[in-house]
Design a protein around this ligand. Structure first.
Ligand code: AQP
Length: 329
């Protein structure tokens, strides 16, 4: 039997090349080696206020983008988290075995909490819900960008704690990071990771940005005061541009060095912009085709949820039974 892979993205804004290189590209490459489940985690998105109409649209856009990037719905399930109610149910059951101190230590919690006037409980519970997503399907492998590595560590801790309290129940999931592109930085602020919720106009290249917008954003990317690429003294901005090129081109460190050593920053940026434009063009074309038939997207989402629901039901039934929570005999 094939092992299971699970990953997800929040419909919290425009999908950017960091999400693509850190997660989606990897999903597409490994999907046939596993039984694959890819989630649109809308219950995670609402841990920070989302305008309802925007959220509704973002969910559909994200589902279409999964398919446009190459997720094959005949093989891989594309699941909207809130349509399989066991995600929320298991999250509560796991909350009850999770020490609050573990959650308060999460760097993403600290960073997000610092931006809010009132800290919603959902922000604290975010990683428990993520643990529930993964453990619900007994996933063996979770391909993510490296900002999520700490949450994966926590998922294993929660699974281990549950297993030691109630007996062997959960599979221990492994984190799978991409070899290149695990952390793409903001184009305007190369010391911060590229993020959907950042507001700077030149921060991120969105997967649906038109070619002229992509070129403009990359040509304006922050570099440093050197005139040309020097591998002995790479600044964060230049390193980020080289990583973006390498991840899209799929070339080795050696090939990158021989192509770009000594190249003026303006020329480097032109080459990065062109490879991003070229790589995103087929995704954008497929996206237009997919969104031309909304019924197709609804059918994929409904069929995917129906396919995974029996696994989710079985896990929750097992967990409730292990914990002694009421279940009909
Ligand atoms: N900058 C990044 N580089 C590489 N991978 C990244 N990922 C996110 N940012 C980068 C990976 O993309 C997947 C989906 O991310 P998410 O939607 O769950 O949320 P996030 O990690 O919090 O990403 P964002 O874009 O920064 O969203 P907001 O601003 O809404 O919080 C994950 O696998 C993540 O690792």
């Amino acid at each position: 039997m094939k092992k299971r892979v699970l990953s997800g993205v929040q419909p919290s804004g425009n999908l950017h090349i960091g999400n693509y290189l850190g997660a989606l590209k990897n999903w597409v490459e490994i999907q046939y080696d596993y039984e694959s489940i890819f989630c649109i985690v809308d219950l995670h998105a609402i841990t920070v206020y989302q305008k309802p109409e925007e959220l509704r649209n973002n969910i559909r856009t994200l589902a279409a983008l999964f398919l446009a990037c190459g997720v094959d719905p005949k093989h891989s399930a594309v699941v909207v988290q809130s349509t399989v109610k066991q995600h929320a149910e298991l999250a509560w059951l796991l909350t009850c075995v999770t020490p609050v101190g573990w959650l308060e230590r999460m760097t993403q919690y600290k960073a997000k909490a610092a931006l809010q006037e009132t800290i919603g409980d959902g922000i604290l519970q975010y990683p428990v819900l993520m643990a529930a997503d993964i453990l619900l399907y007994q996933a063996h492998v979770v391909p993510v960008g490296d900002d999520q590595a700490q949450h994966l560590e926590l998922t294993r801790d929660i699974a281990q704690r549950f297993n030691s309290l109630y007996g062997e129940t959960f599979v221990m999931p492994e984190t799978k990071l991409p070899a290149v592109g695990a952390r793409i930085m903001g184009l305007d602020e190369p010391d911060k990771k590229m993020s959907k919720s950042a507001t700077g106009a030149g921060h991120a290249v969105a997967l649906l940005d038109p070619p002229e917008v992509i070129r403009k954003k990359i040509m304006r990317a922050t570099t440093d005061s050197n005139p040309a690429v020097d591998f002995a003294a790479l600044g964060a901005g230049v390193r980020n541009l080289l990583t973006i090129y390498q991840a899209f081109a799929g070339c080795t460190d050696e090939q990158i060095r021989s192509r770009f050593e000594g190249m003026r920053y303006g020329d480097l940026k032109k080459q990065v912009a062109e490879i991003v434009v070229e790589s995103l063009a087929p995704i954008q074309q497929r996206y237009r085709e997919i969104t031309a038939s909304p019924e197709y997207l609804d059918a994929v989402l409904e069929e995917s949820a129906a396919r995974v629901r029996p696994v989710a039901e079985a896990t929750v039934a097992l967990v409730k039974d292990r914990m002694g929570v009421y279940s009909r005999r």
